[in-house]
Design a protein around this ligand. Structure first.
Ligand SMILES: Cc1cc2nc3c(=O)[nH]c(=O)nc-3n(C[C@H](O)[C@H](O)[C@H](O)COP(=O)(O)OP(=O)(O)OC[C@H]3O[C@@H](n4cnc5c(N)ncnc54)[C@H](O)[C@@H]3O)c2cc1C
Length: 539
């Protein structure tokens, strides 16, 4: 048993090395008695602009008698002190069902890569199939597209090694905590994810890697899978599944048929052809509410002043981020995937469709700040019982955005103030979007339910920033790939799709995750379920 000490507050001008003293004082023990402790979480409190503070939670281990003395006095302490007993991370003992073939993992995004890694570590020699290219080729294809060149349908911001996570902003935030989350963060940290001199990704509340560092991380995980006996096969698109009496028999790929008895389906929510194929093959797919809206861009300097006040904290803390929710109106509007010092990007995985998203480099040093500004589209707005109705809505508006952009992936842009007045901006506002931009009324590329909610939420957010949110804001969009429009049902415990043997839906595309870490944790838990049932292939 240990102690958790929460709400330890230190001025941002004071380094982490002042923390042991603060912990000892809070616990009422001599500093020399504090040997065994670690930071669980570190966050930034910007509410008092004259005195920004880091807030820490720490785990402390003391001899039992000292610990009970501390707990007795806990009610009088300046911070919250409580008993804390987090179970250690464990993989299950391998099961007994014999495997004839190695497990197949479809997709090398965070869910697939991490499932592949833990299966490999436990001796299951997984075969990871990825439709896109290895990351070094993918970087070149994405740059060509950003520079105005051709779109590559299999190697782009969404498809290729590392999945949508590779060119993401690289924020490793996750709402959940616990041993599985910590194990995933440790894997990322061990695989080139921890930068010397930066806050630890294991406990900083907003850990951030940036698109320039993510490629090295995904490559390092792939190399570990290979060194542990697994295989990662690129440019291999899964096109079909073969079942016999409800049991998986093979996966059909662009490179031929592969016998398989179990497959982790971790293909993300942009693989629309996969959803169509799964439905054709009788794999259940059900509707799920999803987020859609725009991306809002501000000058980063404005965000710094709103968050940090007039002291130039950005020099030590880096460019500021924010997170807002406007409750009320027709539906809640919220910001998500905020990219401080970032860039708006063409989040495109299909020729003829257009959607935006955001990313940043590890330095977060562009003069722009962008963030998703989205609303959840409820099932009542889908207008059909088709399991893929939500996907069709995404397609409808992404198609329209592409056509309005003259088929050249020009990005629709509009000043927020013009959006409120229903007028396309008179000139094309400045934006970090790399290709051509064009001024249109963004309501044209959004479902009415969404633009109405945005129009009622924007003034509320403006109120939260004392009139500074809308004035200089530029909207780009549509932002339609924030979450999955479907869920692939699975059993809570076995993680297998009911009624079929060998299908393990995982990650964001299956509707069980909404970010890099949550997708990775879902991959880890899927690997655990497979390990618990099947015997390892290790000799
Ligand atoms: C631009 C952008 C920025 C983002 N920023 C952040 C962020 O800062 N923080 C955060 O937590 N999240 C962020 N996200 C979301 C995050 O990237 C996703 O939640 C996460 O990548 C989902 O992981 P996944 O493994 O489930 O799916 P994906 O990452 O989508 O991976 C799916 C993989 O499957 C492959 N695939 C698809 N179909 C097939 C097929 N038929 N055969 C073989 N392979 C196939 C794809 O090529 C892809 O590699 C961002 C997303 C985008 C697009």
């Amino acid at each position: 048993m240990a102690l958790r000490v929460s709400n330890l507050r230190l001025s941002v001008d004071v380094g982490e090395n002042a923390l042991p003293d603060l912990i000892s004082r809070t616990l009422g023990i001599p500093p020399g008695d504090l040997h065994d402790w670690r930071i669980l979480r570190k966050s930034l409190d910007v509410r008092d602009k004259r005195d920004l503070r880091f807030v820490y939670n720490a785990e402390v281990r003391l001899p039992e008698d000292a610990q009970s003395r501390v707990l007795k006095r806990a009610a009088y302490a300046a911070a919250k002190i409580e008993a804390f007993d987090e179970p250690p991370f464990e993989m299950p003992t391998p099961g007994s069902v014999a495997l004839t073939h190695r497990p197949v993992v479809i997709g090398s995004g965070p869910a697939g890569l991490v499932a592949g890694y833990f299966l490999a570590e436990m001796g299951y020699q997984p075969l990871v199939l990825e439709r896109g290219s290895p990351v070094h080729e993918r970087i070149r294809d994405v740059k060509t597209f950003d520079d105005g060149g051709a779109f590559h349908p299999e190697s782009n911001y969404l498809f290729g090694e590392g999945g949508a996570g590779t060119f993401s902003d690289g924020k490793l935030t996750c709402r959940n905590t616990g041993p599985d989350v910590m194990r995933v963060l440790k894997l990322f940290a061990d695989c080139k994810g921890q930068q010397p001199g930066k806050p630890s990704i294991m406990y900083f509340h907003r850990p951030h890697l940036g698109s320039n560092r993510l490629p090295a991380v995904v490559k390092a995980i792939r190399q570990r899978i290979e060194s542990l006996g697994g295989e990662v096969r690129f440019k291999t698109r899964v096109e079909d599944l073969v079942f016999q009496e409800g049991r998986l028999k093979a996966v059909v790929t662009s490179g031929g048929e592969i016998p398989a008895e179990l497959a982790v389906i971790a293909t993300g929510h942009s693989a629309r052809d996969m959803y169509e194929m799964l439905l054709r093959r009788g794999v259940p797919v059900v509707q799920k509410p999803f987020q859609i809206g725009v991306r809002v861009e501000h000058p980063q300097e404005l965000v710094n002043r709103v968050q940090y006040g007039f002291r130039p904290y950005e020099e030590t803390l880096g460019n500021a981020d924010y997170s807002l929710v406007a409750h009320g109106g027709s539906a809640d509007v919220f910001t998500f995937c905020m990219c401080a010092g970032g860039y708006v990007i063409p989040s495109v995985s299909q020729e003829g469709y257009f959607a935006t998203n955001g990313m940043s480099l590890s330095k977060r040093d562009s003069p722009y700040a962008n963030s998703g500004l989205v609303v959840t589209l409820p099932l009542s707005e889908f207008g059909s019982n088709d399991p893929l109705a939500g996907m069709r809505i995404q397609e409808q508006y992404e198609r329209k955005a592409f056509e309005l952009g003259r088929g050249s992936y020009a990005c629709p842009v509009q000043r927020a103030t013009d959006f409120m007045n229903w007028t396309a901006s008179p000139s094309v506002p400045a934006s970090s979007y790399p290709r051509e931009k064009m001024a249109i009324d963004l309501a044209e590329v959004l479902p009415p339910y969404i633009w109405k909610a945005l129009q009622s939420g924007l003034p509320r957010m403006d109120g939260m920033w004392r009139g500074k949110f809308m004035r200089d804001a530029v909207l780009v969009g549509p932002e339609s790939r924030g979450s999955s429009p479907v869920r692939i049902p699975r059993d809570d415990e076995t993680r297998e799709t009911p009624g079929l043997t060998g299908i393990y839906p995982a990650g964001e595309g299956a509707g069980y995750a909404g970010g890099i870490v949550s997708a990775a944790v879902d991959g880890l838990r899927t690997a655990k379920a497979i390990v618990a049932r099947y015997a390892s292939l290790r000799k």
